[in-house]
Design a protein around this ligand. Structure first.
Ligand SMILES: Cc1cc2nc3c(=O)[nH]c(=O)nc-3n(C[C@H](O)[C@H](O)[C@H](O)COP(=O)(O)OP(=O)(O)OC[C@H]3O[C@@H](n4cnc5c(N)ncnc54)[C@H](O)[C@@H]3O)c2cc1C
Length: 388
């Protein structure tokens, strides 16, 4: 029987390819996606770039997938972290850690398109698209799903990789806990007088944060997270007004900011699930947990879900077990719990500390940033998250 994956985002596609590669195409994989590949410029992902940590890029390479992303990726060799209005900063250099880069940046829609086209080379993966699941029936030994076109698919395991508003989680009654940061993310690309030279910047500003990631064509990708009210006033700004504001909050580390591309606005969603497993069902990546983008950890964490699930399924198959046995799913959940919780806590801590206008905290976090090179704990967290 097959493994059914719902959601052909980067997480779902990576899982499908990983299982296929490690079983030499011997496993039957069904992939259900609601948006047609030819329209695969996912409206929710316009303008969004992703930074994937060094360690993950290597693991994806071991699955024979990095060569697909490499042509569209830009290496991060240095990360500079600072706060507006304070002298506090620290930086991480790939060379200090003896690695060629700290992470790689690519455009999400582009990456998904490339992965989608790669499906053609995997004959054991059957794509159902554009389709959605309208019914899930969970049995002890198998799972049955019904698609919107009436077709039924039987499998050993159902993997929900269908993103934040996971329909599968809803159909299986898996509850979520939502956190509303009341912030909006603005994403776009900017041109600067000075070349980025592989540098990424994380800058904490009053009531929000700003990240700049180096991308191809010498541009930098901007992710600006601010309170809803502040962002609302920005909706109507023209490019000149926006550039002036951006220069003020970012400073001159890349010289003059000369041009801004189309700006996209996204409400910041954050949610975690009470449980990520049910009978013959497992939730992964954004379907399992959606993080504030402040530390760029969402897909990194999601990819670690995928890698762990892949390892566990391959081991289970080797010992003759079925893919969706509850003991296997329990093992998966147990193995993921610490990494997931630490990453959620770390992200949440950053949002709370750096979104708070209170001046005592401001002094505290400034001192924190100034001392961070000596504070092994925080420094290690940043480094671990960068190269993991
Ligand atoms: C502004 C911003 C910047 C970010 N930057 C980073 C970063 O630098 N690094 C990082 O690690 N993370 C980052 N993230 C988070 C990252 O984008 C997400 O974690 C990641 O895209 C999640 O991938 P996914 O495959 O789990 O979900 P999605 O990409 O949401 O994919 C879900 C798929 O399921 C499909 N689907 C949905 N519903 C159904 C249904 N009912 N039936 C069938 N199919 C369905 C969708 O069409 C989609 O293709 C950022 C997020 C934001 C908002």
């Amino acid at each position: 029987m097959s493994v059914i994956i719902v959601g052909a985002g980067l997480a779902g596609l990576t899982l499908a390819f990983a299982l296929s590669y490690l079983t030499q195409g011997k496993k039957d994989i069904k992939l259900v996606e609601s948006i047609k590949p030819d329209k695969f410029l996912h409206p929710n992902h316009n303008g969004r770039t992703i930074a994937l940590a060094y360690g993950l890029c290597r693991k994806i390479d071991a699955l024979n997938l990095w060569s697909l992303l490499d042509p569209i990726a830009t290496a991060i060799t240095r990360i500079h972290v600072s706060e507006l209005g304070s002298g506090g900063f620290f930086s991480l250099d790939a060379s200090t850690y003896g690695i060629p880069f700290l992470g790689q940046v690519f455009e999400l829609n582009q990456a998904k398109k490339i992965f989608f086209n790669h499906l053609e080379k995997n004959k054991n993966i059957t794509l159902y698209c554009p389709n959605t699941v309208i019914l899930v029936t969970q049995y002890t030994d198998y799972i049955l799903i019904k698609l919107n076109n009436g077709e039924k698919i039987k499998g050993d395991l159902l993997v929900a990789a269908d993103g934040t508003s996971s329909n599968i989680a809803r159909l299986c009654g898996l509850q979520w806990k939502k956190r509303d940061y009341q912030q909006i993310a603005l994403v776009t690309q900017i041109s600067t007088d000075l070349a980025h030279q592989g540098q990424a910047f994380e800058r904490f500003i009053r009531n929000g944060s700003l990240a700049l990631l180096p991308t191809s064509r010498g541009l930098s990708s901007l992710i600006l997270c601010l309170e809803q009210e502040q962002m609302k006033t920005m909706y109507n700004w023209n490019d000149k007004e926006f550039l002036t504001y951006l220069q003020t909050i970012f400073g001159w580390r890349l010289g003059k900011i000369t041009k801004v591309e189309k700006r996209y606005f996204y409400p910041i969603e954050s949610c975690t699930r009470v449980s990520t497993i049910a009978q013959r069902t497992v939730l992964v990546s954004n379907a399992a947990q959606t993080l504030h983008p402040i530390a760029g950890q969402g897909l990194n964490l999601g990819m670690r879900d995928i890698l762990t699930l892949t390892d566990i399924l391959i081991s289970a198959w080797k010992t003759g077990k079925k893919a969706g046995d509850f003991s296997t799913l329990k093992q998966y959940q147990k193995q993921r719990i610490i990494d997931v919780q630490t990453t959620i806590d770390f992200t949440d801590l950053l949002v709370r500390i750096f979104s708070h206008p209170c001046s005592t905290l401001f002094i505290g976090r400034t001192l924190g940033l100034m001392m961070i090179n000596d504070i092994t704990y925080l420094h290690n967290i940043f480094i671990k998250r960068s190269i993991q």
